[in-house]
Design a protein around this ligand. Structure first.
Ligand code: NAI
Ligand code: MG
Length: 478
């Protein structure tokens, strides 16, 4: 245990103005929902109500898709270098307002301010800068071919990285000349609505970006609207499958970024202390609400006991609490529903006979919290080794040989990411060749860069986001 307690160091919130009631962003304006319905968005760390948010209905979706359609022709026709200017302008405005965005992201989503400030918001801005650069260079991305925009894109995103997922969706779509209707997740709409102001500030032509809020029903109405040419979805595998079924035969383009159950594989020759930091970052970053989280730790048998004891010691130093505090490592669980799901699966882990360890820590009285948790003695058939928990819960398994590590790592319906920790470069390459995962990190974990493609195998989805590959889902090549 640390000898000294950290003094509270809360980030001030006066930089953000949260309105009591928001509108939808359609055709370049904030409009009241035709549905007349609203829901409340809260701060998951305090359960305090932040604002009333429109629940967009069918007529609202109709209006948003019509606005995007109306803007599509001119947006596709302007000089690509001019399109780039708008994206650069948005990127710069995001940088200028990054503290505001970070504080709001943390208030609405519960993630530690040090993560929203140092990771989410800078990466979101970087994504716009990166795709702004591609806007007038598509002929180099697709040599000898002509890349045409698809038209109107319906984009539905989750609550774990609200602004970053918005950037991953909107930046490549706009760079390639498409217009969008984006629906943020119901628990985290506020940074998307602030982004609407940024679009306005950047002078983006009306209707190029439209933002509609609401829950699953709104999302379903959007992706099924006949005026939509392309659907991009990030979220649960269950909903992804539902969308794929409902779009079958519609001719709409589709990309899906779904769940994961990544293996983080540590060999005996790895730098163990560094690996422990990577394990912690792999599963406790953003409370484990990460599709590519390293939720299955595969330890080579000879070092398993040592690594687990180092890991437990490290867990006892993690600080859980006020997400706005600059020293906080573990913030709030995003919603009561997610907390219930985590509790249920942890209960299943105990019932199935795995051994539970939870870092000693006091949970705040209000809000949604779950302590960092490690299960040892996990076997491959356990549900906690199979299902995405999407919380701060790690399942530890062991292996003896490289072949066994590969087999266990790939023994999942998912295939989004994996990590390999070893001193040996040849082993990294050998493993990376055999792991069925869209991203393989070597001696690190949860590293993101706009220039690097990200996406899944198997039930983790298809299509890539980031990099040159991230342009492909948004163009028709002729
Ligand atoms: P979800 O997949 O229901 O929600 C993601 C987004 O899809 C939200 O914007 C939601 O409003 C929208 N949505 C829901 N139903 C829809 C439908 N039928 N058609 C169109 N859009 C729809 O995820 P949820 O319920 O929030 O979380 C459940 C589990 O899903 C989590 O515990 C986690 O395991 C997983 N998940 C995975 C994510 C990932 O990035 N891989 C992100 C969010 C959740
Ligand atoms: Mg759901």
């Amino acid at each position: 245990m640390p000898r000294w307690d950290y003094a509270p160091a809360p980030e001030a919130t006066d930089i953000v103005t949260v309105k009591d009631t928001y509108g939808l962003f359609i055709g370049g304006e904030e409009v009241e929902p035709l549905s007349g319905d609203y829901f409340k968005t809260i701060n998951p760390a305090t359960e305090e109500v932040l604002a009333a948010i429109p629940e967009a209905g069918l007529e609202d979706i109709e209006a948003a898709v019509a606005a995007a359609r109306k803007a599509a022709g001119t947006w596709a026709a302007i000089a690509p270098a001019d399109r780039a200017k708008y994206l650069f302008r948005i990127a710069r405005a995001m940088q200028e307002r990054q503290r505001e965005l970070a504080v709001l992201e943390t208030m609405n989503g519960g993630k530690p301010i040090k993560e929203s400030r140092d990771i989410d918001v800078p990466l979101a801005g970087a994504h716009f800068f990166y795709y702004a650069g591609w806007a007038d260079k598509l002929e180099f991305a697709f040599p000898g071919r002509n890349a045409e925009p698809l038209g109107v894109c319906a984009q539905v995103i989750p609550w774990n990285f609200p602004l970053l997922m918005l950037a991953w969706k909107i930046a490549p779509a706009l760079a390639t000349g498409n217009t969008v209707v984006l629906k943020p997740a119901e628990t985290t709409p506020l940074t998307a609505l602030l982004f609407a102001q940024i679009c306005h500030q950047a002078g983006l032509p009306a209707g190029v970006v439209n933002i509609v809020t609401g829950a699953g029903e709104t999302g379903a109405a959007l992706v099924n609207h006949p005026g939509v040419d392309k659907v991009a979805f990030t979220g649960s595998t269950e909903v992804g499958k539902q969308i794929q079924r409902s779009l079958a035969g519609s001719g709409k383009h589709l990309s899906l970024e779904l769940g994961g159950k990544a293996a983080n594989i540590v060999f005996a020759d790895a730098p163990l202390d560094q690996a422990v930091e990577g394990i912690v970052n792999g599963i406790f970053f953003n409370q484990g609400h990460v599709c590519c989280a390293g939720s299955r730790l595969l330890l080579q048998e000879s070092i398993a006991t040592r690594v687990v004891s180092k890991l437990k010691r490290r867990l006892s130093t993690l600080r859980l609490g006020d997400p706005l505090d600059k020293n906080t490592d573990i913030g709030a669980i995003n919603s009561r529903a997610q907390l219930d799901k985590i509790k249920e699966l942890v209960g299943v882990g105990v019932d199935e006979g795995a051994e539970l360890y939870q870092a000693p820590c006091e949970l705040p009285e209000h809000g949604f919290w779950f302590p960092p948790t490690v299960f040892t003695g996990v076997s491959q058939s356990h549900r906690i080794a199979q299902e995405e928990i999407f919380g701060p819960v790690l399942s530890v398994l062991t292996f003896r040989t490289e072949d066994e590590a590969v087999e266990k790592a790939n023994n999942t319906p998912y295939g989004l990411s994996a990590g390999v920790w070893t001193d040996k470069g040849s082993r990294i390459l050998w493993m990376a060749d055999r792991l069925k995962a869209g991203v393989v990190w070597a001696n690190t974990f949860n590293r993101f860069d706009p220039a690097s493609p990200f996406g899944g195998f198997k039930e983790s989805g298809f299509g890539r986001e980031g990099g040159r590959h991230g342009l492909e889902p948004y163009v028709r090549l002729t």
